[in-house]
Each structure stands twice: as structure tokens, then as C-alpha cells.
Design a protein around this ligand. Structure first.
Ligand code: ZN
Length: 231
């Protein structure tokens, strides 16, 4: 269907076609009482960007409903005072017992570009210091990462905007994984691994490349002391 002028009815029709297709493959899919679909048992929590091109369902099409618990926001942030993200994390780890949490950034991220633009405008002489009112929420949301970018501006000098964004996308994921490791939920889970014989929860950082369709592991995984990085 033409993406630009899709109608509301077409969204509903597309959903109905999908449901019919699923039933063709497995008539009990939505009915089976023991099915994963009925009682979700996700193995993974995906914390990604709200960008419409980077949905977990689209880039890992083999996973079924019930397998990946999801939290998405602009520029895949994990703020330690964000009860939205922290409650998703807590529920995923403590109740659903996911085995891994993955922060997923992506190339050409508009949120990262906005943080870079804000950081550069603060550094520019005679810059307007406050964002337009309509952008205030976004600017506040990105502020912690903008602060990081301000500190990195000397290293980014001479790079084009695209090159700088490319580099900052990785920096952002690394920063959010580090934040994740500082949460109460993850430190509790790691402490319990040592004392209560619970399965290890690992945290990882990936970047999705819009130009190749591939997820790249940044190899910054962390898990509880004494556990081995799962394959
Ligand atoms: Zn993004």
C-alpha cells in the first residue's frame, strides 16, 4: 500500500489480513491456552528508538508475539529518573524474567542529531540559548545526552554532521548501557544471581544500520560477576 496516503481503514484491513494469515498457519494461535501468546514469556527486553524504521518486529521478523518486551523513546534513552523506562525494566526483569536487555540505537538517529545541533548551537557565538517552545519537551528529554555531546565537541571538530552523528550514535548506546548497569533493577538482579541462584541477566548494546538492515553488536555486554557471556 502507498505509505504516504495510507488510510485508517487500510491499517485495520492490514491487521485483519495479518490475523487471518496467522490463523491459516495455526488455527489455534490466538486460542491455545498454553501458547506463549496467551501468557507472555519474553526472553528479551528491547530498549530502542521510537524511529518508525527501527521496530524490533520489522528487523527480527522471526520472533513471535510474546518473545520481546519493548520500550521505545526518542534516541533510546535510559534516564535514571524516568519511571516509564524504569517500570518497564523492573517488570521485564523481576516478573517476566527476561534473560537479556538490549539498548538498540541506530544510524542517522534524529534524536542524536538534535542533541548535536543543540550542543553546537550552545557553543556558537551569538546563538539563541533557548529552544522554541514547541521543542522544549524534546530538548529537555535529550538534555543529558546533549551535555555529553557538549563535552565531546572538541573531538568532533572537523567532522561533517553525518560523521559526527555516526560517531555519537555509538557513544549514546554506550552511555545508555552504562546507565542500565546503574539501575536498581539490574544491580539487584546481579546480586541475586550470586545469592539466590537465579538466571543471569545480561545487558548489551546494539546499533541498527539503516543502510544495511543489520544490527551491530558494540561488544559492551555486562553481566553478573562470575557468569559467562551467553552466545
Ligand atoms: Zn532515533
Amino acid at each position: 500500500m502507498p505509505a504516504d496516503d495510507i488510510q485508517l481503514q487500510e491499517i485495520l484491513a492490514s491487521n485483519a489480513a495479518w490475523a487471518a494469515d496467522v490463523l491459516k498457519g495455526n488455527p489455534q494461535f490466538f486460542a491455545a491456552t498454553e501458547a506463549q501468546y496467551q501468557q507472555q514469556r519474553p526472553h528479551t527486553l528491547w530498549i530502542g528508538c521510537a524511529d518508525s524504521r527501527v521496530s524490533e518486529a520489522a528487523v527480527i521478523p522471526d520472533v513471535n508475539p510474546g518473545e520481546i518486551f519493548v520500550h521505545r523513546n526518542i534516541a533510546n534513552q535510559l534516564h535514571l529518573d524516568d519511571n516509564n523506562a524504569l517500570s518497564v525494566l523492573q517488570y521485564a526483569v523481576d516478573e517476566l524474567k527476561v534473560r537479556r536487555v538490549i539498548i538498540v540505537g541506530h544510524t542517522r538517529c534524529g534524536g542524536v542529531a538534535a542533541a548535536l545541533g543543540e550542543a553546537r548551537s550552545r557553543a556558537a557565538p551569538l546563538s539563541a540559548s533557548s529552544p522554541p517552545a514547541g521543542k522544549l519537551a524534546l530538548s529537555q528529554w535529550l538534555e543529558p545526552f546533549t551535555q555529553t555531546v557538549v563535552g565531546l565537541l572538541p573531538q568532533l571538530a572537523g567532522l561533517s554532521e553525518a560523521e559526527a552523528v555516526q560517531r555519537l550514535v555509538d557513544v549514546n548506546v554506550k552511555e545508555q548501557v552504562a546507565q542500565l548497569a546503574r539501575t536498581q533493577t539490574i544491580s539487584n538482579a546481579w546480586a541475586k544471581y550470586a545469592t539466590e541462584d537465579r538466571a543471569a541477566v545480561w545487558i548489551h548494546g546494539f546499533v541498527y544500520d539503516l543502510d544495511t538492515g543489520l544490527l551491530r553488536d558494540l561488544h559492551i555486554s555486562q553481566g553478573p560477576p562470575g557468569s559467562e557471556l551467553p552466545k
